[in-house]
Design a protein around this ligand. Structure first.
Ligand code: GFB
Length: 447
């Protein structure tokens, strides 16, 4: 084992040397022949006693919930590929970064919205059928081995290649650079040499090393930075930077299908749709097997007798003013559609202020217009993120869906509808903005 470690280390060194300009340098090696001692700063007991390896990641703070879900997909595919390549030598685990402090989560009456585990929103057993995932609190318990802190072996702060546009060189890049004080601000070194970063607000999580890595390329290229014979836990900050290796492929859709929501959220959404929208899974042909791996390709979903619109407002009114309609114009687009479809009910998923919602409702008074309003207990338990998922589930089961141009919230609904098997023309529709209608993307499922 040790001999093979040494061989691998030399291989890593040689390959790092050959491609010096593009590849991050190998770390110092733990040279103890008879096992790793705890007091050798290059040696970590984890590597000796277990084949478990952990990938952690975080995302640029301003990014919203639904873009983060896409970063999860990229990362889960990466970790699954690592497991397949390492042929059981290492057991790769993906540590789920707790949810918290998102810009759009504005409710102040439901307690703090931070350190929220993934199980609040997603079904962990479903995720685990695609890739081994563990919650952060489980990682802390498992990894600290009774010590007071869990020290991540190496953290990479990924950075965009700012010179790419100046030089016109768009080749892949994977290059260690000196960290600027700005990049390191979050990662203050302590007197013991460890980096404490209050990772997700946990003061008992630290890092042994923090490196800055200019990165351009797809997820799979990150593998060169892992050195699993030396490190058992590696974290990538700004994981939104590496691109998908396989966007839209069967592999992408398998990972996406594994992202089932917490079953309590389906129950709340289904109760609401039955009560107010005359919807019923078996009649509407929107039932899915309990186990996502048993799903089959189909295009016969009918959906409940209502149209759902995702009407994105707030920051979209500023950042993307041209691609969102006025309320009056939205009402007119919706009435035309309702007449064409001969439907009577409209479900509105929106982050709009009450006055905008009320205006829309009064303009559409010839139809039964409704939206989901959570009870206090639902809000306390599932927070703003869970309430948004309930809206998404209800939209995913509508006969017809119209979303907002380039909203990732809309994209996730479209994906759920593709999985459920709706005819594509009932899904890939968008409200036109105050400027002319923009061309729409329609990413269809592959089985
Ligand atoms: O999810 P998200 O990244 O989608 O951000 P976009 C929108 C957030 O606003 C959701 C809330 O996660 C919800 O918290 N929200 C939006 C909604 N629509 C609804 C809705 O219909 N119902 C409920 N309950 N909540 C990104 C932003 O937004 O757009 C980025 O995250 C950036 O910061 C970018 O502004 C342009 O993709 O729509």
């Amino acid at each position: 084992m040790v001999a093979s470690n040494i061989l691998l280390y030399f291989f890593l060194l040689i390959s790092a040397d050959l491609t010096y300009k593009n590849v991050a340098q190998a770390p110092e090696y733990c040279g103890k022949k008879n096992g790793y001692a705890l007091d050798d700063k290059n040696c970590f007991w984890h590597t000796e006693f277990t084949s478990k390896r952990y990938i952690l990641y975080d995302v640029n703070p301003p990014e919203g919930f639904n873009l983060r879900r896409d970063v999860y997909l990229r990362t889960s595919i990466f970790v699954r590929n690592l497991s397949e390549k390492s042929k059981k030598r290492y057991q790769w685990h993906l540590v789920l970064p707790p949810w918290g402090n998102l810009y759009h989560w504005r409710s102040t009456d439901i307690g703090p919205q931070k350190q929220i585990p993934w199980s609040t929103f997603f079904d962990l057993e479903s995720l685990k059928k695609y890739v081994p995932v563990i919650e952060m609190h489980e990682f802390i318990k498992e990894y600290s081995q009774n010590s007071k802190t869990s020290a991540i072996d190496r953290v990479y702060i990924l950075q965009n290649d700012e010179k790419m546009f100046e030089t016109g060189n768009f080749d892949d890049k994977n290059q260690l650079v000196n960290c600027t004080p700005d990049a390191l601000r979050k990662y203050q070194a302590s007197s013991s040499g460890n980096y404490g970063a209050k990772f997700w607000g946990y003061s008992n999580v630290t890092a042994n090393e923090v490196k800055c890595l200019v990165y351009h390329g797809t997820m799979s290229g990150l593998e060169e930075n892992l050195y699993p014979d030396i490190y058992s836990s590696v974290m990538f900050d700004h994981m939104e930077i590496p691109l998908h290796d396989s966007y839209g492929t069967k592999e992408f859709w398998a990972a996406r299908r594994s992202m089932r929501y917490n079953s309590a959220l389906y129950e709340i959404a289904n109760d609401f749709s039955q009560k107010y929208l005359k919807s019923n899974d078996s009649r509407d042909k929107t039932e899915l097997p309990m186990d996502w791996t048993k799903e089959k390709s189909k295009r016969n979903a009918l959906g409940g007798p209502y149209l759902c619109v995702h009407l994105r407002r707030r920051d979209f009114l500023i950042g993307r003013a041209g691609s969102v309609p006025t309320i009056k114009n939205a009402a007119s687009q919706l009435s035309i559609k309702m007449e064409e479809l001969n439907l009577q009910s409209i479900f509105i998923a929106t982050d709009a202020e009450n006055n905008e919602y009320n205006e829309l409702k009064s303009l559409l008074n010839m139809y039964a217009v409704t939206r989901y309003t959570p009870s206090d207990s639902v809000k306390k338990l599932y927070k703003d993120g869970g309430v948004a998922i309930i809206d998404q589930i209800i939209c995913s089961k509508a006969r017809y869906f119209i979303g907002t141009h380039e909203s990732t919230f809309t994209f996730r609904i479209q994906e759920d509808r593709e999985i459920m098997g709706f005819p594509s023309k009932m899904t890939f529709n968008e409200l036109c903005g105050i400027e002319k209608c923009k061309s729409r993307s329609s990413w269809k499922i592959l089985w």
